[in-house]
Ligand binder design. Sequence first.
Ligand code: GCU
Length: 418
Amino acid sequence: MRPLLILLFALTTSALKAQPQANYDETKVPKFSVPDPLTTFGGETITDSLQWEEKRKLEIYQFFEKQIYGKVPALLDEYSFKVIEQDNNALDGKAQRKQIAVGLKKNDRSLNFNILLYLPIGNENAPVFLGYNFHGNHTVTDDPNVIITDVWNENSKDLQITDNKATETSRGLRTNRWAIDKMLDNGYGLATVYYGEIDPDKNDFSDGLHSLFYDEGQTKPKTNEWGSIAAWAFGLSRAMDYLENDTNISNVIVFGHSRLGKAALWAGATDPRFAGVISNNSGCGGAALSKRKYGETIGDINNSFPHWFSESFKKYSNREETLPVDQHQLLALIAPRPLYVASAIEDEWADPLGEFISAQYASKVYELYGKKGITLTDTHEVDHPILGTMAYHMRSGKHDVLEYDWDQYITWAETFAK
Ligand code: GCU
């Protein structure tokens, strides 16, 4: 090749590879003001919980609903539950296992998903953690009787999933993220669902829950309607419809990691039946403040995952300063119910400090109810959890769910869930 051509070739390939560089430098965080949870869009000051609920909470909720996660377009026509499998002597006699098929119907179209439920033997009225898993219910346990999902699954080396299909090979490969024995030993149950059964996680709106609601000829949700996160949140509420009627369950704490932590937060904000909410490393579009533009930004997330949020959220890509809200107000929507925000110090992409500050700014609303929030003087010392009605920890290590995280969640849940 001639030198000019070589230069041109080098320039084009580097331009193709050029990704906007994420900012990991605290000194480059833009100056921004955090929208005050207690001042309405019209400038009115909120001084008590009644005013919060009647004025401010509603307008914040509607903003998140229309401009960020997107609205659920309509009610379902029908839903049904069927216990399709049960064993009262599961996991070496520690648990009762139930697998429940949930059927959702709209416009003569239907979607089914399975809840895997373990309840501790000896606690007839157990609190339950409800959380989605990433690759199928059979991945969270070695239990040979857990049904393998047959819907589309993201290929994964770690999970040994190829051809977008889960098989026996992936059974038990994610037990490390689910401290099931610990939950059971402490009198807690676990309910889990494979999130792909609600909406396969790909930029394709032809399948999953969205497609049930389409009018003739419609192929994707309307501009202000739901993306996948809102659909996953809706699915958690449908699981709750079953769980709240199971007489062996007292309370349900909704949990989620990462993208599923974003879904858990939105589920907590939209559905007051969840007694507590846990966001584990939820990052951008979850607990982290967007206006800091540290790690993943709105532009990054909308580019990489165009199907997660409502179409209307795209107008805030690279324009965070124009957003009249920020994610601390999503946290505030959960008040006064217990809320746990958990970060990991090496999880820079999720902006762990931004998650902490966000919890601090949400506190004002918890305080209106006389509840203990994360105060502005609290610190995010690594591996020193703060366990109040609002709880927080900055774990050492990476983006993941570890035994350490569950130790804290269970200790915290003891204060309100039993
Ligand atoms: C990506 C994405 C994050 C998300 C994470 C996950 O890293 O950018 O927003 O939280 O995936 O779900 O694991």
